[in-house]
Design a protein around this ligand. Structure first.
Ligand code: TRP
Ligand code: SF4
Length: 372
């Protein structure tokens, strides 16, 4: 059987266990988590809770950091729609590693959004600035140790990489990784390899260990970048990047959260009352009747409301465990549970949106936008 991840599909259902078996993604061991906790001071909650479920070479990043060697984080967003809770998971990790002391590279993949999503330049640039950059700032991104750029508006040595990479990669290899290829996908894949590998260049401050936290659908790009790094080790001094993979947050309809189904996604710019209404309509893991819920208990592990708590709304592991157990035992009913989620979400969004208003005025201090 053939198993392939498609980074350009909008609603993939990933069976995470297969990724370990077929692609060599490694699960986090308790030992590695402990090592990371020691080195970084605190584990990121998404790693602690297993939402970030696998990695490549994360141990090497932790060890390099502990030895005091230069480490960088690189990740990115395709600015093709509004910023939702799925994007916030990436943002939370960026901000965490920036605080820990990683040099931080963030790419706004406007070239990719233009090419594969067929949006206008104007739209992707505006999304980039006023959805992605503004929300990142409001969430706590700092200007220190930050390189934030649009793919179509960066430094010459970055574009040189893209040109150079085209020489040592064949169509057959690309098709083996991605399935059928077309020019826009070839360009996007090589651009993403340049995104991931450029922080190692002399021009960008010299070699550093690069960590790329992404959703599991991006692993094909990671594999390509690691292969390319091997092939340019002599010529450019490149080394393999490391990566971590998070599960997707499910939307309120039970599928992957996506801006293409806005009724089932929570956007950080949703008016809080609207977000509240969405939560009340959400698909839960509850039983069809109250009586059955009381007798049989619900299924938090397949509940979109429970995911809101795990991914975004509850920091305290004990509180989270209590909800889990109360749901399983039938003590908690979905109505009550949704009310709690809606309250927490409303509070989070109104606080965030106050910061967002100010953040919108600061975007130009963080990034230089390209021309339309
Ligand atoms: N392809 C990514 C997405 O669809 C965006 C992206 C471009 C990216 N370059 C990157 C992500 C480098 C991580 C690292 O969202
Ligand atoms: Fe989901 Fe809460 Fe209902 Fe359990 S009680 S199924 S966690 S909404």
């Amino acid at each position: 059987m053939e198993v392939r991840l498609d980074p350009w599909a909008s609603a993939v259902r990933v069976e995470y266990e297969k990724l370990f078996k077929y692609f060599g993604i490694t699960p986090f061991t308790a030992e590695l988590k402990e090592k990371a906790r020691k080195a970084f001071g605190e584990l990121h909650p998404l790693i602690r809770r297993g939402v970030v479920f696998g990695h490549r070479d994360y141990d090497k990043i932790v060890e390099a950091f502990a030895r005091g060697e230069p480490v960088a984080l690189l990740t990115g967003f395709m600015p093709s729609g509004r910023f939702h809770l799925g994007h916030k998971m990436v943002a939370d990790q960026i901000i965490y590693y920036q605080r820990v002391g990683f040099e931080t590279f963030i790419v706004l993949a406007d070239a990719e959004a233009y090419a594969v999503r067929r949006l206008s330049r104007r739209d992707v640039i505006n999304y980039g600035l006023y959805e992605y950059v503004a929300n990142l700032i409001a969430l706590g991104l700092r200007k220190e140790r930050l390189h934030l750029y649009f793919q179509t508006n960066y430094k010459t040595p970055y574009y040189r990489l893209l040109q150079m990479f085209s020489r040592r990669i064949t169509m057959a290899e690309l098709e083996a990784i991605y399935g059928s290829m077309e020019p826009c996908k070839v360009m996007s894949a090589l651009a993403q390899a340049a995104d991931i590998l450029h922080p190692e260049l002399e021009y960008f401050g010299g070699f550093k260990h690069v960590l790329v936290p992404v959703g599991a659908d991006q692993d094909p790009h990671i594999r390509l970048s690691r292969d390319i790094a091997d092939r340019y080790e002599h010529e450019l001094g490149l080394r393999r990047p490391a990566s971590t993979y998070h599960r997707f947050i499910i939307g309120l309809d039970g599928n992957k959260m996506s801006s293409s189904r806005p009724d089932y996604a929570i956007f950080l710019t949703d008016p809080p009352e609207e977000a509240r209404r969405k939560v009340f309509k959400a698909l839960t893991g509850g039983q069809p009747t109250i009586r059955e819920q009381r007798e049989l208990g619900g299924h938090p592990e397949k509940c979109s409301v429970y995911e809101l708590f795990v991914y975004h709304l509850i920091d305290d592991d004990n509180k989270l465990r209590k909800i889990y157990e109360d749901c399983r035992s039938g003590n908690l009913l979905c109505g009550e549970c949704k009310r709690l989620a809606a309250d927490l979400l409303e509070k989070m969004l109104s606080e965030h949106q106050r910061r967002l208003e100010k953040a919108k005025d600061l975007v130009y201090e963080y990034v230089e936008p390209p021309d339309f």
